[in-house]
Ligand binder design. Structure first.
Ligand SMILES: [Zn+2]
Length: 119
């Protein structure tokens, strides 16, 4: 993993090649000095998506448990409006988490120097 200084801006203007220590502008795809290949944004693995779904599901179930009331007979009851609200909230939460992970992944750059490319 490349070590990058975290700046105030969303995309760092400069980064350093881990192989030859040359300062490179954000966006270049190849180091002019040592020919290392730079790729931006790593793919969010499917585990990230599963995690988002699990978090949304857990939030939904705890909210349902929290908002379920028991009537006089002891039967748990929850209104359809509350259920719909919880459903919408957890879908948004999972989706937001997923987008956040994609955003974070896109801010990373990875350097690679393969022998095949050097030839
Ligand atoms: Zn380099």
């Amino acid at each position: 993993m490349p070590q990058m200084k975290k700046g105030k801006h969303a995309t760092p203007a400069l980064m350093r090649c881990p192989y030859c220590r040359t300062e490179l502008a954000w966006g270049v795809i190849r180091c002019p000095k040592c020919n290392a290949r730079i790729s931006y944004g790593c793919k969010v693995p499917i585990t990230g998506f599963v995690l988002a779904v699990v978090v949304a599901f857990l939030t939904a179930s705890s909210l349902i448990a929290l908002l379920t009331t028991r009537d006089a007979g002891g039967t748990p009851s929850i209104s359809d409006a509350v259920l719909t609200g919880i459903g919408a909230f957890s879908v948004l939460l999972g989706f937001g988490l997923w987008l956040l992970m994609i955003r974070l992944a896109q801010r990373s750059a990875s350097f690679s120097r393969s022998r095949r490319l050097d030839q």
